[in-house]
Design a protein around this ligand. Structure first.
Ligand SMILES: NC(=O)C1=CN([C@@H]2O[C@H](COP(=O)(O)OP(=O)(O)OC[C@H]3O[C@@H](n4cnc5c(N)ncnc54)[C@H](O)[C@@H]3O)[C@@H](O)[C@H]2O)C=CC1
Ligand SMILES: N[C@@H](CC=O)C(=O)O
Ligand code: NA
Length: 431
């Protein structure tokens, strides 16, 4: 019988941040140890867990003896560092220390990858180690690998989707259960969906970070967070939700990255989506992303975008990949940033508006309103009259036009004496 190969030495795992996601990653690394070892080709050994407070009891899956407050010492002894603390610092410094020490890194930290991705990619490349971040975009949904690897031979032209679970949960609860915004936000926090500072979720910054990461991978160039137009949902009211329902639409926070002849635009904002569109059926903290590519055509990715356990699935997948590279050799793909499409401002994006307003109840008002649209070369597709108490209500939907013209139209409507109040302006996507 041939010599039995000696088992490979354990791959040493250091975990930073045993919180909502981190505690689930530790639980799964422990409970699934046998299967994971078989898949990696070597055992995975958790050599330490860095936490701010090592005295706090963290339940049965976080052994007290593994807790340490000395992150640098822990990182120095690991083959793979799993960063699940969030925030920019000290996560960035610790990841750079890990890479400099020859460790591969798995992170779910989209704020960090969006803000400092190039620095981290270059450091990982120079040290010939992996930097994986599948969990950073759309939680459990495999999206980073398909864009970075499976579609590396294609030309992606458009990405449109829901990439933040917290805001989808809030808007969905407001739409389907008439829940108040603040109550829905609190519930999302209790369910472990929201960022430590939920402003990142509701003001769109989390989705913008994910959009910047996806656009950089999809268009093979660096798209900075500052290049992403970002508008959140904190101004969305119950009236907006009711008005959307009356026109058979729902409100979703969408991330949209487009590459055209003129260049690249990346934007995050609330939008009206037809009730007949698949995105309207994305409920709770689920995410869904449509990708259009020249050869592949249309693709749709759907799944849980937030939550400790679903996110831990994506983290574990990355751990298996990088641990396998550590155990038996190999390395994941490097950053691809050869392209140089012009990154265009939001003004250049082609969008459609739905403008809900209260107008004076007198002859000639409709003509006066229409004249404003005509002046800015914005076509009106649909005019709906809605009942109003003291004024007549109008909802005008436009054809696609450059954002700059749409915005100028709304600004002039606000100043018009035919218009008592512009109640809301929402873009229309996903018809
Ligand atoms: N919660 C979710 O559904 C998802 C979260 N993520 C990302 O995963 C990361 C972790 O998120 P959660 O587990 O939800 O956050 P969390 O707030 O529940 O856990 C963070 C953990 O790191 C610790 N921590 C934070 N700053 C620290 C510091 N300076 N030093 C030591 N420990 C520190 C906290 O005490 C806590 O134990 C974040 O980057 C987040 O954006 C990604 C996808 C989904
Ligand atoms: N707060 C984020 C967590 C996952 O990325 C979200 O709600 O999507
Ligand atoms: Na993902």
């Amino acid at each position: 019988m041939g010599a039995v190969p000696s088992p490979l030495p354990p791959v040493k795992i250091a975990l930073l941040g045993p919180g909502t996601v981190g505690s689930e990653v530790v639980r799964l690394l422990t409970q699934e140890a046998e299967d994971l070892a078989a898949r990696v080709g070597a055992p995975l050994e958790i050599v330490g867990i860095h936490a701010r407070d090592t005295s706090k009891d963290r339940g049965p899956h976080i052994p007290r003896e593994l807790l340490t407050s000395d992150a640098s010492a822990l990182v120095a002894q690991a083959d793979v560092v799993v960063e699940l603390m969030g925030g920019i610092e000290p996560a960035r410094t610790l990841i750079l220390e890990a890479i400099a020490g020859g460790a591969s890194v798995v992170t779910a930290n989209k704020a960090l990858v969006a803000a400092h991705g190039p620095e981290l990619y270059e450091a990982a490349d120079a040290a010939n180690v992996d930097l994986y971040f599948e969990a950073a975009v759309a939680g459990a949904i495999p999206l980073v690998r398909p864009v970075r690897e499976s579609l590396a031979g294609d030309h992606i032209t458009r990405i449109l989707g829901i990439v933040n679970g917290t805001t989808n949960y809030i808007l969905d609860e407001m739409t389907r259960r008439g829940l108040d915004y603040d109550v829905a936000l609190r519930q999302a926090q209790e369910l472990g969906y929201a960022e430590a500072d939920p402003t990142a979720d509701v003001e769109g910054h989390d989705a913008a970070a994910k959009a910047a990461i996806l656009a950089s991978l999809a268009f093979h160039q660096r798209v900075a967070l500052a290049d992403v137009y970002c508008e959140g949902i904190s101004a969305i009211t119950a009236d907006d939700v009711i008005a959307a329902r009356e026109t058979r639409q729902v409100i979703k926070l969408l991330a949209i990255a487009e590459r055209t002849e003129g260049g690249v635009t990346v934007r995050v904002h609330p939008a009206l989506v037809s009730e007949d569109h698949p995105l309207a059926g994305v409920h709770g903290a689920f995410n869904a992303v449509f990708i259009e590519a020249e050869s592949a055509g249309g693709l749709m990715f759907y799944g849980q975008g937030a939550g400790g356990t679903p996110t831990a699935s994506a983290v574990l997948g990355d751990i298996v990949s990088v641990a396998r590279h550590k155990a038996i050799g190999g390395k994941g793909p490097r950053e691809s940033n050869y392209a140089a499409h012009e990154v265009l401002p939001m003004d250049a994006a082609l969008t459609r508006y739905s403008v809900r307003m209260a107008v004076e109840d007198r002859p000639g008002v409709l003509a006066a309103v229409a004249a404003v649209f005509q002046k800015h070369d914005v076509g009106i597709e649909i005019v709906r009259q809605v009942p109003g108490q003291t004024h007549a209500g109008l909802i005008l939907s436009t054809y696609a036009a450059p954002e700059r013209d749409l915005r100028a139209t709304v600004e002039e409507l606000r100043a018009s004496d035919a218009v008592a109040e512009v109640k809301s302006v929402l873009r229309i996507e996903g018809e």
